[in-house]
Design a binder for this molecule. Structure first.
Ligand code: FAD
Ligand code: FES
Length: 1062
């Protein structure tokens, strides 16, 4: 049982650790084996926890900590009352993460809170209210303290209002919160304590339908088992083996679990040499051990430890770090492993053990490359890892760049180490390892050898970059592509390393130059910061009776039920008698004729009841536009061809893989919008909205700007995927249908994936006639106020840009109407941008005649965002966003502000993070959280302020309210334009003043490659280099230094977007 949801809900394991975990208090006892008895509360990702590994552990799910029937736990109460739940699907996970933190730290720091929530995703709330609920347990102030002005963000004075007393900023009453009382928490069950003692003595064997799980009690038993089952994996955290078995069809009939072997969990410290950490220690424990070491030891000894810690902060999320073991991490040798490159350059040694004895194996490039002569044999087990202290003139650094700051595998990472001749800057030893650039961790060994004996200066850096690019090649077909970006990152990291070491050398000996001021920002990584901000709305009339909730920020009715796990979602519904599960079989072809469907193999599997195709539908098989099951032909990859019904979802899924469909490919294959346009393949009839005489306008305007804008699509990434439970009734052939969709009318039974995808071309007219934009004037005034306010507050320098462009985008038609408003502010020109789509009320529009009213009403809004871009890596940090929204009259400001923040965050994902990648045949590659990154807690602005405009009239809606829903999503584009602005500034510094195209999403790859510099030039020229090697070899001496006239580092910029939604 994984708690309430099938999605990865976090469990709290309160595990008896007897002798298998270390106790940090005794860490300072040098030279001793540290083994201690303790209990440890930790959160885990439930879907990766094998049930057999829970033997002897106490498991707590969200239902276990409190309920409406007994007593709500303060964590549950605060998330609900703090409006930290919307759809509620992520809520039990959030609750359990915060609860676990509180079991370990009664008054956690904000840093601990970020760490704890880093592995939890939420698609609805935008995280701010969740974080705030967690922060309410912290002793630290909840003030942002980020203004640089000494002002506090909680200061009511901040809110611009005609009448300040009308503005409320509290969405809940903290005074109402229940206090946290640790004495009320449950204790570890004594029977489990007793059971664990007994279980330690004997090997445990669990026999399943297909798999045998063996958990030995001693090292000797483990080594015997390795002899007996040489191919069986040793499962520690199961974060590598588990996903392979679940998603990649890897099968192991025997699994060995060495979790109870104390020898794999020791920590030894040799005061002269370094630290030995048991292979079974979790990455979370390794992080704590190293943190302790860094605090206690002189800095020069802990270079490798600090580099490891840097990566341990962002590696996966807290739940995975709690589960994953050091040994499992090293042995699985992921191509993008964050730790292996650092352990490798740090000269670590693997301590192996087998029935034949012990062996020391260097964790070097040979091991990481999987060379047969530097590998474990099938009989060997990794017992521990020796991580030596760094030496006096030795420097170690770690670098990584991922799609998202936290909880995302690195695109490229690196470990770099240099050792100098004592008291000099002459390189004695150099070691560089890269992850993410090949199928294994790759060494730049030859380059490093050539640089030995060189002084640490710019000439050395120039040559190092060229040598590395020459040595570490990335095949064009490499997984994930991004070849130029990865190569650029390789040398950008090298540059960062150069500067870091330069700075350290200067600290050791001031004879060596310090890092020039203009490069100082290169040395700073973006911090992992906790979001905060203010929410402002109109207070209700002081005469309104207290029992009247209209206009007040009231908790939504399901809040507590979400937080306590009592709300029943589709997947939670108890199984009914003779329930069957459907698994879909989808098309693997973009356009093909179905020649045959052979289900015989599937039908022969256990539990399978039937395979259903279009032929089995007694009535209509969907409609012309959308068939339920593909009939005769398929028109896209992923279209449902048939479904398999079985007695469990597992059986149905297994059988679905065995349905054999023969296709005959057909033409045309339409995969992109361009293909569709060229084949005139459109959905529905053309709908057009025109205003004025467009033909004439084109002939008379001053300028016609033509261009193309490409915008990526976006996966809904619902936490609760679409599912439906259908119960046939005995009477009148009725069916009872429970469906998770919001739009019951459009439910397609069996469909679990919905993708919004938009891509469009535009032609923009800089109109002389401003009639078309008068409607936006009021909105512009509000935006102007927002910009003025924003600039004034931040005291931003003049060269910071504000970009606003007007757009009205309507979902209802193909015609896009662009109109321009140009306002002048501080002698600068700003373009006001409006964008919107959303069909709310039924439109009264005759599309044939072009008469009527498409828009019942508009939602107005504006956002101003500030970002900082790292031009060397393409990373960006959302510093601040201010949003103003016209909610007309807000029936419940907490809900409306929650909708705005959540939608804005989804917009940030759409415009800056979420990238759909397809094969040429239209197969979506980015299908899981592993490949598709939605914003996580550290991706939202450090400061997010939302205010609702004072009440206006909206005669066609209840209480004059407005449906805010998705409208705030477009405000996320302000972050995109702020990035554009920052990139423009960076390019300008490099003399690149011409306009450039920046498509959405502004991913790190896109940002980095647009920030053209000497490194990108070098990467491009290095492609050329391969073909004309001789020419370049003779030209090296006159090649310009990388540092000449070169500016790198971080750029701040501001972007504004205005929202104008239907
Ligand atoms: C959601 C998610 C996010 C992740 N993000 C990152 C990331 O950002 N950066 C990153 O670097 N990694 C990341 N990872 C990978 C993660 O670090 C590894 O999966 C993990 O470290 C493996 O450890 P484990 O204990 O779970 O291994 P297991 O799955 O238990 O075992 C892995 C392999 O190691 C072998 N093994 C284990 N212990 C021993 C031993 N003592 N002796 C010999 N063989 C042994 C097993 O036989 C098996 O083949 C992520 C994984 C997940 C699931
Ligand atoms: S409330 Fe977080 S996913 Fe819906």
């Amino acid at each position: 049982n994984s708690g309430q949801k099938l999605a990865c809900i976090i469990l709290l394991l309160r595990k008896i650790v007897t002798d298998i975990h270390i106790y940090l208090e005794v860490m300072s006892i040098y030279g001793k084996k540290i083994i201690a008895l303790c209990y440890w509360h930790y959160s885990v990702t439930s879907c990766l926890v094998p049930i057999c590994s829970l033997y002897g552990a106490a498991v707590t799910t969200v239902e276990g900590i409190g309920s409406t029937k007994t007593r709500i736990h303060p964590v549950q109460e605060r998330i609900a009352k703090g409006h930290g739940t919307q759809c509620g699907f992520c809520t039990p996970g959030m609750v359990m993460s915060i609860y676990t933190l509180l079991r370990n730290h009664l008054q956690p720091s904000t840093e601990q809170l970020i760490e704890t929530l880093g592995g939890n995703l939420c698609r609805c709330t935008g995280y701010r209210p969740i974080v705030e609920s967690g922060k309410s347990f912290s002793a630290e102030s909840s003030c942002c303290q980020m203004k640089g002005t000494g002002e506090c963000c909680l200061d009511q004075e901040e809110h611009e209002s005609e009448n300040k007393s009308d503005v409320c900023t509290k969405l809940y009453q903290e005074e109402e919160f229940l206090p946290l009382d640790p004495t009320q928490e449950f204790i570890f069950p004594p029977e489990l304590m007793r059971m664990a003692e007994e279980a330690r003595k004997k090997t445990l064997v669990f026999q399943g339908e297909r798999i045998t799980w063996i958990s030995p009690a001693t090292l000797n038993d483990l080594l015997e088992l390795k002899l007996q089952y040489p191919q069986a994996p040793l499962v520690m955290g199961n974060t590598f083996v588990g996903p392979n078995m679940k998603f990649k069809d890897v099968f192991h009939s025997v699994i060995i679990s060495p979790a109870r072997i104390s020898e794999l969990n020791v920590v030894m410290i040799d005061a002269n040499q370094g630290l030995t950490i048991g292979a079974g220690c979790s990455l979370a424990q390794v992080k704590e051990i190293l943190t302790e070491m860094v605090l206690k030891l002189p800095e020069e000894k802990t270079q490798t430890y600090q580099a490891l810690l840097k990566h341990l902060r962002t590696l996966a999320g807290q739940q995975i770090r709690n589960m994953a073991s050091l040994g499992g991490h090293i042995i699985s040798r992921l191509a993008a492993s964050d730790l292996n490159p650092v352990l490798g350059v740090g000269n670590c040694v693997l301590n192996l053990v087998s029935k034949e004895g012990t062996q020391q194996l260097p964790l070097n490039d040979h091991f990481l490359a999987g060379s047969p002569d530097a590998n474990l044999t099938s009989k060997q087990v990794l017992a521990s890892v020796f991580i030596p202290f760094s030496k006096k003139w030795e420097f170690v650094s770690a670098f990584r760049q991922a799609q998202r700051q936290q909880n995302a595998l690195a695109i490229v990472n690196s470990g770099m180490r240099v050792r100098f001749k004592e008291g000099t800057n002459t390189i004695m030893d150099l070691n560089i390892l890269y992850g993410g650039v090949g199928s294994v961790t790759v060494s730049a060994k030859k380059s490093c050898q050539q640089l030995i004996g060189r002084a640490w200066n710019e000439e050395m850096l120039d040559e190092a970059c060229r040598l590395v690019l020459d040595e570490v090649t990335i095949p064009g077909s490499s997984s994930g592509g991004m070849v130029e970006y990865k190569r650029t990152l390789m040398i950008s990291f090298l540059f960062k390393f150069y500067l870091e070491v330069l700075q350290d050398l200067n600290v050791r000996d001031p004879r060596y130059p310090d890092v020039p001021n203009k490069f100082q920002s290169v040395l700073e990584d973006f911090p992992l910061t906790i979001p905060c901000g203010t929410q402002a709305y109109e207070c209700v009339d002081s005469h309104q009776p207290p029992q009247d909730p209209v206009g007040r920020p009231v908790m939504h009715q399901s809040g507590i039920k979400h937080a306590s796990g009592e709300a029943i979602f589709c997947d939670d519904m108890p199984a009914i008698d003779e329930e069957l599960f459907l698994a879909v079989v989808t098309s693997t072809r973009p356009h093909a004729k179905i020649i045959s469907i052979d289900a015989s193999e599937a039908l022969a599997l256990p539990g399978v009841v039937d395979v259903i195709t279009a032929q089995d539908i007694p009535a209509q098989n969907g409609d012309e536009e959308e068939r339920l099951y593909a009939q005769d032909e398929v028109i896209c990859v992923g279209q449902i061809v048939c479904t398999v019904a079985a007695d469990s979802y597992f059986h149905a899924k297994q059988a679905a893989k065995k349905v054999n469909i023969v296709y005959e490919d057909m033409e045309p294959v339409i995969v992109t919008i361009k293909d569709a346009v060229s084949h005139k393949s459109f959905i529905g009839s053309e709908k057009k909205l025109e205003q004025g005489n467009i033909k004439e306008a084109f002939q008379t305007v001053d300028q016609i700007i033509e261009g193309e804008v490409h915008m990526g699509g976006q996966e809904h990434f619902y936490m609760e995927t679409q599912s439906v439970l259908v119960i046939p009734k005995t009477e009148d052939k009725e069916m009872e249908i429970y469906v998770s969709s919001q739009d019951a009318a459009l439910v397609q039974v069996g469909s679990s994936r919905i993708i919004i995808s938009c891509e469009f071309e535009f032609v923009m007219i800089a109109a002389k006639n401003k009639d078309s934009v008068i409607a936006q004037t009021c909105l512009c005034l509000n935006v102007t106020r927002l910009i003025v306010l924003f600039l004034r507050r931040n005291n931003l320098p003049d060269n910071h840009g504000v970009a606003c462009n007007p757009v009205i985008f309507s979902l209802v038609g193909l015609g896009l109407l662009f109109s321009g408003v140009i306002i002048s502010l501080f002698d600068k020109i700003y373009f006001i941008f409006t964008t919107g789509y959303f069909r709310g009320y039924k439109a009264d529009m005759d599309w044939v005649k072009g008469e009527g009213d498409v828009y019942p009403y508009f939602v107005y809004g504006a956002a101003c965002s500030e970002v900082e871009v790292d031009c060397l890596t393409g990373a960006h940090k959302n510093i601040r966003t201010d949003i103003v929204m016209d909610a007309s009259f807000s029936i419940n400001p907490a809900i409306d502000i929650g909708q705005i923040e959540g939608a804005f965050t989804q917009g940030v994902g759409l415009y800056t993070l979420e990238e759909l990648k397809y094969s040429p045949e239209g197969v979506l590659y980015t299908r899981s959280p592993n490949e598709y990154k939605i914003p996580s807690i550290t991706d939202i602005p450090e400061e997010l302020n939302v205010s609702l405009l004072t009440s206006t009239k909206n005669p066609i809606a209840i209480y004059s309210s407005k449906g805010l829903g998705e409208s705030g999503m477009f405000l996320g584009s302000s972050v995109f334009f702020a990035i554009h602005d920052a990139v423009t500034a960076a390019r300008k510094e490099r003399g690149l003043t011409e306009t450039f195209t920046m498509s959405s999403p502004a991913t790190p790859e896109l940002i980095r490659m647009i920030c053209v510099d000497k490194f990108t030039d070098l990467v491009w020229s290095s492609f050329f280099f391969f073909s004309v090697y001789v020419f370049f070899a003779t030209s090296f001496s006159c090649y310009q230094s990388l540092l000449c006239d070169f500016s790198v580092g971080r750029r701040k910029a501001v972007g504004v977007s205005v929202n104008h939604n239907l």
